[in-house]
Write a protein that binds this ligand. Sequence first.
Ligand code: HMG
Ligand code: MG
Length: 298
Amino acid sequence: ISTKAVRLVEVGPRDGLQNEPNTAALTTKVKAEFIRRLANSGLRWIEAGSFVSPKWVPQMADTEAVLETLAKDPEIAKMSSLRLPVLVPNMTGLETALSSGLSTVLKEVAVFTAASDTFNKKNTNCTVEESLKRLAEVCKTATDKGLMVRGYVSTVVGCPYEGQIAPEKVRDVTLELLRLGCYEVSLGDTIGVGTAGNLDRVDPSKLAVHFHDTYGQALANILSGIRTIDSSVAGLGGCPYAPGASGNVATEDVVYMLHGLQYFTGVDLAKLVAAGEFITAKLGQTNRSRTANALLTK
Ligand code: HMG
Ligand code: MG
């Protein structure tokens, strides 16, 4: 039996749904059921939503209600190692997290910034430097209150507005997020332009990879040696403020590849495929996971 292990961070309920045009399908009940199915497939890190401005991302407006539904679920309560992080862009978001009374399910938050000022302004209405100042207080308060904080850097290879991004900029922002108290930084190839050649400078410790699959490079890029992988079931995903960003790499495809390479993921692929089918049917979308489609037509 292999002891090679990876950590998967499922971002489908957040990244996958935040850009979803069929908002009528995005009921609190559907979202909670989606997360429950993902958890039952064995995934242990599932981004559940975000406490961002509902004017900016209306699809995530009911995140608190989704977590409340899950907190009452006896099966979820039994999963002591389950993490359901939410994105917080500022103190308002963190205060929602802290005042929610959801500490049984909400043990972790994620903060996000970028390596490009133009993208960051479009996404959070401030420059990268301003966002890091804002996030300093968020990280300090969150860690003081016992929450784990994960960091994201977007546009680590390319920006939809500025083009190619200097690796030094990515390094500096990543180091700053670690200094502020993030236990890990997830490197977002927001528009999926990177190739394996872009990644060999990155020190894998304390890093995760978050690849959108626009150019079909995500699986190859994941093999660059990082052991924490963000992915989205059915290949859902995209950032509303990143034109040209396609879905995240599909979790089913990542799991199929990792199992083939003898990695332990803890995930039951059939249950994961079923969770992807559940949400795509609700959304009226086609499933973008190649593995899911292959297994379903077998
Ligand atoms: P702003 O307009 O500058 O904020 O937006 P503000 O502080 O001036 O407040 C304006 C209004 O928003 C006020 O309400 C606030 O109360 C409210 P009003 O008085 O007008 O009624 N507000 C909030 N409401 C709820 N929760 C909050 C919150 N903060 C303010 N936390 C802000 C700044 C950051 C809030 C906004 O730009 C925002 O919410 N942006 C989020 C954008 C987003 O969620 N993007 C997608 C996630 S990032 C991503 O997808 C990339 C990633 O996947 C990695 C990758 O792929 O690269 C992570
Ligand atoms: Mg993303």
